[in-house]
Each structure stands twice: as structure tokens, then as C-alpha cells.
Design a protein around this ligand. Structure first.
Ligand SMILES: *[C@@H]1O[C@H](CO)[C@@H](O)[C@H](O)[C@H]1NC(C)=O
Ligand SMILES: *[C@@H]1O[C@H](CO)[C@@H](O)[C@H](O)[C@H]1NC(C)=O
Ligand SMILES: *[C@@H]1O[C@H](CO)[C@@H](O)[C@H](O)[C@H]1NC(C)=O
Ligand SMILES: *[C@@H]1O[C@H](CO)[C@@H](O)[C@H](O)[C@H]1NC(C)=O
Ligand SMILES: *[C@@H]1O[C@H](CO)[C@@H](O)[C@H](O)[C@H]1NC(C)=O
Length: 365
């Protein structure tokens, strides 16, 4: 009886699955312009195609797309408004192409875009407000380009950005203006650059930063570590740099640090309080200096509470107090009953039969 609706449903499902995602490889522009029923497409993947140039409004027929990938296709030139019309787009990847200039490629905001991948291109410079028309961006991948210049306000207007990949570029210096305004930034990848200096206020506003990768750079000084923005770091990788010494109390503000990698540096001596403050630390390596005596982590006074742990401890204390009170009452009750019981018992003749109910009552209480 219900066979017909079920098969109909299956048909509809398979139909919608078939047309909603489309993958093309080794295609050319003519073939893309011949795609039909584009209003049903939510995902389009073009790989290994020949698409060096996209003209304005190239995707305007694809306004239902949530996801667009255009990779390994030699893309080197997009006209200024070639992404116009992709109003629902959530994820865009133009990785593994030949892009050397970055623009918004749209005349109006792509208000739904949360993931943008521009990795493995030839970008060398980020201009001010490059991403202004992508206000909902949460993840931005710029790894493996040739970026050596980041203008002030390059990441302007990205209050929701959580993950930023800038590894594998040619950055030499981090200015205090680079990451300004990225208040929600939680992970930042800067490994594999040529960074030799970091301005003192570079991470000033990035107070949500949990993971920072700076390995494979040319850092010799770590004075930047003590700035306010890095106070909540959990993972910090400084491996493969040129660090020669650690400042006394250099990590004393990084209370939450759990992973610190200082391997493959040029550390020769370690002052006594160089690592104090690291009470959350789980592991550390120093492969480049196997000979110095094993590091002993200083004992940290545990009288430092943040508000969260204060509340948790208060709840625990209240629970314990209540449990204690209950136990005390039961204890008192039981004692009283027992006294009552023994009084009664003293006054009566105890036989086996009479004893039984009394004991049961005691057990039940
Ligand atoms: C695109 O590919 C199709 C089929 O592979 C081919 O017939 C056509 O000539 C190509 N067009 C261009 C402009 O290369
Ligand atoms: C695209 O080309 C790369 C190498 O150029 C190859 O590794 C990859 O498998 C190809 N992908 C497709 C979908 O053809
Ligand atoms: C990349 O673009 C440049 C021009 O910007 C061009 O000379 C070069 O041939 C392109 N490379 C590839 C692999 O398309
Ligand atoms: C730090 O980075 C290096 C590569 O530079 C990697 O081998 C190592 O595993 C990383 N350390 C941690 C703790 O992830
Ligand atoms: C490590 O530091 C010493 C001086 O402390 C210096 O002579 C040596 O060149 C440094 N090595 C590297 C690889 O920078």
C-alpha cells in the first residue's frame, strides 16, 4: 500500500542527489557554460580544468551554490565581479591555481561565506580591506603563497575569523597592525616563513588565541611571548628557530599553555625561572640539546583561580556541605533510634521472634 510513496520518495531523493552536486575534471570554459539546471546545484567542483580567466558574473546562474571548488585549473585572472551572485555560497576554494592578485571579485558582500581557501597560489601582497566583503568568514587559508607584505587593515571587517593559515609564505616581520581586529581568532599558523622579529603588540587584540605555530622561522628573541593577547595560549610551537636563551619568567603569563615545543633551537643554558608559570604544561621537547641535565619543572603555587574554577569549587563545596548535613542528620536519627531501640530492648524480654522486626527497622532507617 505504501510502496508507491516510498519509491516516489526514493526517486525524488536520488534525483535531487544526482543534480545537487556536480564534479567536473579536465573540463574547459565552454563545458562549464553548458551546464544546465544550475538552479538545482548546491555544490560544484571543477578540478584539473583549463580555466585561466573568469569574466564578470561567470557564476551568476549558479546562485544556489553552497560550495564551490575550482582547483588545479591554472586560474590566474578573475575579473573584478566574477563571483557576483553567489549570495548563498558558504565555502569557496580557489586553491592550487596561479592567482597573483587578491580582490573581492564581487560588487556586493558574499554574506554567507564562512570558508575561503586561496592556498597554493602566487599571492605576494595583502592589501587593506581585502576581505571586507566576506564578513562572515571563519576560516581563511592563505598557506603556501609568496606573501611578504601585509598592509595595515588587511583583515579588516572579519570579526568572526577563527582560523587563519599564513604558513609557507615569505613573511619576515610581524607588525602590530597585522592581526588587529581579529578578536575571535583561535588558531594562527605562521610556520615556515622567515620571521625574525615580532612587534610587541602584534597579538594585542587576539585574546582568544589558543594555538600559535611559529616553527621553522628565524626567531632569536621570545620577548613577544609575554604580551596580553597570548595569555590564553594552549599550543605554542617554536621549534626550528634560532632561540639562544629564554628570558627569566618569559612564560610566566601563559598560564594555560599545555604544549610548548622548543626543539631544534640553539638553547645552551636555561635560567632557573625561565619556565616558571607553566603550570598547565603537559609536554616539552628539546631534541637539539640532549646533553643538559633534565629540566625540572618548578612547583607552581596553586592559589591562582579564574572565575570559572571559583564557581566550580563553590558548587562542589555546597554539594559537600549538603551531603555532610544529610549524613549528619541520618547519623543523629539513627543514634536516637538505636538508643530508643536499646531502651526498649532493655525493658522487654527478648526472644528470637521479637528481635527480628527491631533489627529490620534499624536497617531500613
Ligand atoms: C572544450 O572541450 C570540448 C570537449 O572536450 C571540445 O570539443 C571543445 O573544443 C573545447 N573548447 C575549447 C574552447 O577548448
Ligand atoms: C589533477 O591533477 C593532479 C596532478 O596534476 C592529479 O594528482 C590529480 O589526481 C588530478 N585530479 C583529477 C580529479 O583529475
Ligand atoms: C601563471 O600566470 C603567469 C602570469 O601571471 C603566467 O606567465 C604563467 O604562465 C602562469 N602559469 C601557469 C602554470 O599557468
Ligand atoms: C612543532 O613543529 C614541528 C615542525 O616544525 C613538528 O615536527 C612538531 O611535531 C611540532 N610540535 C608539536 C608539539 O606539535
Ligand atoms: C648557537 O649559538 C652559539 C653561541 O651561543 C653560536 O656560536 C652558534 O653559531 C649558534 N648556532 C646557530 C646555528 O645559530
Amino acid at each position: 500500500m505504501y510502496q508507491l510513496p516510498v519509491s516516489l520518495l526514493l526517486l525524488i531523493l536520488s534525483f535531487s542527489f544526482r543534480v545537487s552536486c556536480l564534479q567536473l575534471s579536465n573540463c574547459n570554459k565552454t563545458e562549464v557554460t553548458l551546464i544546465r539546471d544550475t538552479e538545482l546545484l548546491t555544490s560544484l567542483t571543477l578540478s584539473n580544468c583549463t580555466l585561466p580567466h573568469l569574466e564578470n558574473a561567470f557564476f551568476v546562474r549558479f546562485d544556489h551554490l553552497l560550495q564551490l571548488e575550482l582547483q588545479h585549473s591554472g586560474l590566474s585572472d578573475l575579473d573584478d565581479f566574477s563571483l557576483n551572485g553567489l549570495i548563498r555560497l558558504q565555502s569557496l576554494s580557489l586553491g592550487h591555481n596561479n592567482l597573483s592578485a587578491l580582490r573581492s571579485w564581487s560588487s556586493e558582500p558574499l554574506g554567507a561565506l564562512s570558508i575561503l581557501d586561496l592556498s597554493h597560489n602566487r599571492l605576494s601582497k595583502l592589501r587593506a580591506k581585502s576581505f571586507e566583503l566576506y564578513p562572515q568568514l571563519q576560516q581563511l587559508d592563505l598557506q603556501n603563497n609568496q606573501i611578504n607584505q601585509i598592509e595595515e587593515n588587511s583583515f579588516y571587517g572579519l570579526p568572526h575569523l577563527k582560523h587563519l593559515h599564513l604558513n609557507g609564505n615569505q613573511l619576515q616581520k610581524l607588525d602590530s597592525s597585522f592581526f588587529r581586529g581579529l578578536h575571535r581568532l583561535s588558531s594562527l599558523s605562521l610556520q615556515h616563513n622567515q620571521i625574525d622579529s615580532i612587534e610587541m603588540e602584534s597579538f594585542e587584540g587576539n585574546t582568544h588565541l589558543r594555538s600559535l605555530r611559529l616553527d621553522q622561522n628565524l626567531l632569536s628573541s621570545l620577548t613577544f611571548i609575554s604580551q596580553r593577547g597570548l595569555a590564553r595560549l594552549v599550543h605554542l610551537n617554536l621549534s626550528n628557530n634560532l632561540v639562544q636563551k629564554l628570558e627569566p619568567l618569559g612564560f610566566s603569563k601563559n598560564f594555560e599553555l599545555q604544549n610548548l615545543d622548543l626543539s631544534f633551537n640553539n638553547l645552551t643554558k636555561l635560567s632557573k625561572d625561565a619556565l616558571s608559570g607553566l603550570d598547565s604544561l603537559e609536554q616539552t621537547y628539546d631534541d637539539s640539546n640532549p646533553s643538559p641535565p633534565p629540566l625540572t619543572w618548578p612547583k607552581i603555587p596553586t592559589d591562582r583561580f579564574d572565575s570559572r574554577s571559583v564557581i566550580i569549587w563553590m558548587l562542589v563545596a555546597i554539594a559537600i556541605a549538603f551531603a555532610g548535613l544529610r549524613w549528619l542528620r541520618r547519623f543523629v536519627d539513627r543514634n536516637e533510634k538505636r538508643k530508643l531501640g536499646t531502651k526498649e530492648l532493655n525493658n522487654m524480654y527478648v526472644s528470637k521472634v521479637q528481635w527480628q522486626p527491631v533489627r529490620n527497622e534499624l536497617e531500613r532507617s
